[in-house]
Unconditional design. Structure first.
Length: 150
């Protein structure tokens, strides 16, 4: 497995992985309307392209196949998604480690989904609070969590 910075030409694969992961891996924790609001069939590609340009975005790949990706926005671990076919193989942990090391502040925070919360707890992140976010008019619960990275 190789970890590398994402490139603009990664966008189609990232969008497909994001959609497939949310709709598969998170299906037990969120209702269908919540999944569609979170990861719509037709994504805002301009917003995603801007995110790739502005944030530190890393890709995990093997033999040219995107296994997962993650991003850091300052002290916020903004995104971390691993394709369902490649979960529980260390892809998320490796991406997380690289992003944690890239964080310049004393702590890193994440807004973890119900699905991802156990993963972050196992890495030592502490729960700060539950919150409700609204995506496309639909409410979703997630959890603000934090890790000291001194």
């Amino acid at each position: 497995m190789t970890i590398r910075p994402c490139r603009p030409d990664d966008l189609p694969a990232i969008l497909a992985l994001f959609h497939d992961t949310v709709h598969t891996a998170c299906a037990a924790d969120y209702a269908p309307d919540q999944l569609s609001a979170w990861a719509p069939e037709t994504p805002d590609t301009a917003a995603w392209a801007e995110k790739l340009r502005r944030e530190t975005v890393l890709a995990a790949e093997e033999n040219g196949i995107l296994l997962g990706f993650g991003s850091l926005d300052g002290e916020l671990l903004d995104l971390l998604y691993v394709h369902p076919d490649h979960q529980r193989r260390g892809v998320g942990s490796t991406l997380c480690l690289f992003l944690e090391r890239a964080c310049l502040g004393p702590r890193i925070s994440v807004h973890a989904s119900r699905t991802a919360r156990p993963f972050f707890e196992a890495r030592g992140y502490r729960l700060r609070r539950a919150q409700t976010v609204v995506r496309r008019g639909v409410a979703l619960e997630n959890f603000v969590m934090e890790l000291e990275v001194v």
